[in-house]
Design a protein around this ligand. Structure first.
Ligand SMILES: *Cc1c(COP(=O)(O)O)cnc(C)c1O
Length: 396
């Protein structure tokens, strides 16, 4: 998945433009500047994703926070999120004083629509599918629930940029969609993120909120007014410059990922007992990971160790992971915060020690996800496929 593998002339050229002018900020300094890297990247992203608006920010976590804030999510609102994601999901929810309501994933490794429906309460405001490891949630089913209960659909597409569902780019299907351009994502700015939307009001809110509430009217920053409270989640021109080079390469990266993924998948398909993560009908992955199921959790754990022993790096067993799965999130379950959290959060956070996430455990406990690298040579991938097939074949 990581775009950092293939840095080159394009990235250097865009960064040098910024260093030459010395204008590192995305706003203002019109006289001295010869570039609008952040603005250009927003245009490129909106165009590639088929969205009316894109707004670039300092991280994917910031994008999630701003997406919710711009749609009016606040203290006491409940946001439905999956048990399998990155900690950024509940960090962003808590940052707004909202309540993270975790629900089970299914064999798509993303939100199970049936579990989501059961979790909807009168406080629910958002359903937030997280398109983990390059593939997607059943968006039609989730959108139907949103229509029925008048909820917002906010997609976390941080791990799935370039994937699509029924012909639409992930992130562009919901009311808002979020991307991360941190260092290990499919394309990177070093640090950065973005949200996309077709909703003009949400976009305007996001644009102001991410820059202290600046209304961005006129050409004198100091004279701008602040229609509502904001925060600083700006991206710099230097970061945007790297991303501008990377987005032009996104489709090349996806092509390489698809080719490497396909070689591995075809070979593993011949191993009895190995099955693959379900991709919803009409979905096309971005091929940043190959995720498969072993027949049992015990075998999955053994498989990860055996693959590592055989020199196959980059295969993850999420079930035991500190950052991606509910089992290790006691800091959330116990609300271990430095300062006092809002009453709405402390009073309404579900008691997750009593939750039954056996359905998630059933699927995630049997899952291995292998990172697809861009830099592999074809022979290397074939060798890797052979080694993996032998290691897994000996186990199951
Ligand atoms: C990376 C990631 C984020 C957060 O992105 P940052 O840019 O690192 O803040 C959010 N959600 C998911 C699923 C991610 O993988």
């Amino acid at each position: 998945m990581p775009g950092f593998e293939l840095f080159g002339e394009q990235e250097r050229a865009h960064v040098n433009d910024v260093l030459q002018s010395g204008v590192l900020m995305r706003y203002g300094f019109d006289g001295a500047r010869s570039h609008w890297k952040a603005r250009e990247l927003e245009n490129a992203l909106a165009q590639r994703m088929g969205a009316k608006y894109a707004h670039l920010v300092s991280s994917g976590t910031a994008a999630l926070t701003i997406a919710m804030a711009s749609a009016g999510v606040g203290a006491g609102d409940e946001v439905i999120m999956p048990t399998f994601t990155f900690v950024a999901t509940f960090e962003a929810i808590l940052a707004l004083g909202a309540v993270p309501v975790m629900v089970d994933v299914d064999d798509t490794l993303t939100l199970d629509p049936k579990a989501v429906e059961k979790a909807i309460s009168k406080h629910t405001k958002v359903i937030m599918p997280v398109h983990m490891c390059g593939s997607m949630a059943d968006l039609d089913a989730l959108a139907a629930l949103c229509r029925k209960h008048q909820l917002l659909l906010i997609e976390d597409a941080c791990q799935a940029i370039g994937a699509s569902y029924k012909g639409k780019a992930l992130g562009s299907y919901g009311d808002l969609g979020c991307f991360s351009f941190d260092y290990v994502k499919t394309i990177t700015c070093g640090e950065g993120g973005a949200l996309i939307t077709d909703n003009e009001a949400y976009y305007t809110h996001a644009d102001h909120y991410a820059d202290h509430g600046h209304d961005h009217k006129g050409s004198d920053r100091g004279a701008e007014s602040h229609p509502f409270l904001g925060y600083n989640y700006r991206i710099s021109e230097l970061h945007a410059a790297v991303g501008l080079a990377q987005i032009a390469r996104l489709d090349d990266f996806l092509k390489i990922q698809k080719s490497n993924y396909t070689i591995l998948r075809k070979r593993l398909n011949q191993v009895p007992g190995i099955t693959f993560r379900k991709v919803p009908e009409g979905g096309v992955e971005n091929y940043s990971f190959l995720s498969f199921f072993l027949p049992t959790a015990v075998l999955a754990k053994k498989a990860q160790a055996a693959l590592a022993d055989a020199g196959i790096d980059g295969c993850f067993y999420w079930y035991d992971n500190n950052w991606h799965y509910h089992r290790q999130w006691e800091h959330l379950k116990d609300l271990k915060s430095l300062g006092f959290l809002p009453n709405q959060v402390r009073d309404n956070l579900p008691n997750y020690y009593k939750s039954d996430f056996s359905q998630s455990d059933h699927w995630v406990g049997r899952t291995i996800s292998c990172l697809i690298k861009l830099g592999w040579k074809k022979e290397e991938v074939k060798q890797r496929a052979e080694t993996m097939a032998q290691v897994l074949g000996a186990l199951v």
